[in-house]
Design a protein. Structure first.
Length: 217
């Protein structure tokens, strides 16, 4: 015989106390599927939003052990670079030795681009490493990156990946079709192929301190 259930209390715990289904079930000593049926019967929408979460002491101890030694960024402090590198490696799910890229901030920017273009550069370690090796040591990227840092990270200098032959003209994401320019130059170039853009600048005398050739002088 099924245990008698106080349906009003079940609804109250879920709607007013913001208990989860399993917490209500545990509180009333019944199966959580039964709680679900009761809530639906009373027209209560089941959602995970704003649900109360209660951690066991064992769970709390695990969290405490995992966080031991960390510095709280929320208090204006930063985590050790070694931790950040390990965290990056975990997020990327990579076996690449990231320590070979000594400048962590530069590595972070490039790994962010890999993440944004995951289907092109992030599917496996081979494509990730090819991207990192090409651009981490690329003179144009480094010149733009250094100028961006010196400018106080002015958005116009932000290193922006550019298609030599634009996608609108059949260009792809092969590494030999990619280069870095500033965010400003990428916006100005728009859908022009690189050759056409260079010819346009020469014919019109268009120059800017934000163009890659000026930055690399």
């Amino acid at each position: 015989m099924a245990k008698e259930l106080d349906e009003t209390e079940a609804v109250r715990l879920y709607t007013e106390e913001r208990f989860t289904l399993r917490m209500v079930a545990e509180k009333l000593d019944v199966d959580h599927h039964r709680i679900s049926r009761v809530l639906k019967k009373h027209g209560v929408s089941i959602t995970r939003k704003n649900r109360l979460r209660v951690f066991t002491q064992e769970h709390r101890d695990k969290i405490s052990a995992a966080c031991k030694g960390r510095t709280c960024w929320a208090k204006g402090k930063t985590l050790p670079e070694s931790f950040c590198r390990a965290n990056m490696k975990g997020r990327m799910r990579t076996e690449i030795d990231l320590d070979q890229y000594a400048d962590y901030e530069k590595l972070k920017l490039l790994s962010g681009i890999i993440s944004r273009h995951y289907k092109h550069f992030g599917k496996n370690d081979s494509t990730r490493k090819a991207f990192l090796d090409k651009f981490y040591f690329d003179p144009a990227f480094n010149a733009i990156y250094d100028r961006w840092i010196l400018s106080g990270k002015d958005k116009w200098y932000y290193p922006s990946i550019d298609h030599i032959n634009p996608k609108s003209n059949g260009g792809n994401y092969e590494l030999d079709n990619l280069r870095f320019v500033t965010w400003f130059e990428n916006r100005a170039k728009a859908d022009m192929p690189m050759k056409e853009w260079d010819e346009f600048k020469q014919k019109t005398g268009t120059t800017s301190r934000l163009f890659v050739e000026e930055i690399m002088k």
